[in-house]
Design a protein around this ligand. Sequence first.
Ligand SMILES: NC(=O)c1ccc[n+]([C@@H]2O[C@H](COP(=O)([O-])OP(=O)(O)OC[C@H]3O[C@@H](n4cnc5c(N)ncnc54)[C@H](OP(=O)(O)O)[C@@H]3O)[C@@H](O)[C@H]2O)c1
Length: 262
Amino acid sequence: MHEETRVGLAEKSSVVVGGTSGLGLVIARRLAELGSPVAIIGRDRKKGEAAAAVLGNDALFIESDIGDHRCVDAAFDELARRFQSLHFAVNCAGVTGGHAPIRRMDTNDWDRLMKVNCSGVFYCLRREIEMIRRTPGGAIVNVSSCAGALAIPNQAAYVSSKAALNLLTQVAAIENAVDHDDGFSVRVNAVAPGPILGGMNTPERLAADPDNTRRKIDVTAMKRFARPEEVAASVLYLLGPGATYVTGAILDVDGGYRAGKF
Ligand SMILES: NC(=O)c1ccc[n+]([C@@H]2O[C@H](COP(=O)([O-])OP(=O)(O)OC[C@H]3O[C@@H](n4cnc5c(N)ncnc54)[C@H](OP(=O)(O)O)[C@@H]3O)[C@@H](O)[C@H]2O)c1
């Protein structure tokens, strides 16, 4: 870890929404290692408490379904009671599935993906901004996907939810780019990862659909999946002091997936 990032993040509190498994847990672990008091949010209490125990350093787990705005408000009320201040937020919770052509796409699948990946982040974002703007130097990173910029057949709900998340990120960045009389600026960026090992891509799922796994590798210029630590490093960069002039960016962390197919 670059020394500048270490100095910039230590002692400043963070919340990782969707920090109980996969990429989110790796991000939460890096923040905790840097000395940041960390809270993680997820639906599954057993999984969340186990993750908090792994993080150590008095990490806090808060149970919440971000698809329900009342649940999100209750979670952030608890966060505000437990943390004196909040400096950083990472919105990593996301769901996939329900792959089908639009003409056969199930309404419940469309609603579920939009509710979590897009509306859920909005419910969190508005509470995070309210808390973070009370202290200077705060930042937020949303975890989007390279799919948010690509028309991938059979994935209309996922790509649409992540495309909406990209613009939500940029509007939040512009609205909070400068200090106001009643609050400080907050930088808001997103990472757009390509395929990552772990998380949604469990070894069982990859093995169950070898053609799809091979295809993901084929269309990635670097011909491999990312390690979650590689994506976490980009999230840490966007939160840290090396990125103080970066806001409204959607940073591809995708091994060249989006840039080209040649
Ligand atoms: N894996 C990839 O290849 C890949 C590629 C590009 C982008 N991404 C994005 O990266 C993010 C993390 O993916 P991952 O692969 O690490 O997935 P994961 O292991 O399934 O983790 C998802 C996290 O989100 C939480 N979550 C899901 N629905 C939630 C809800 N309604 N309310 C609160 N928390 C919820 C989960 O906790 P609970 O289950 O306890 O709720 C878990 O902590 C997602 O946004 C995904 O779209 C992943």
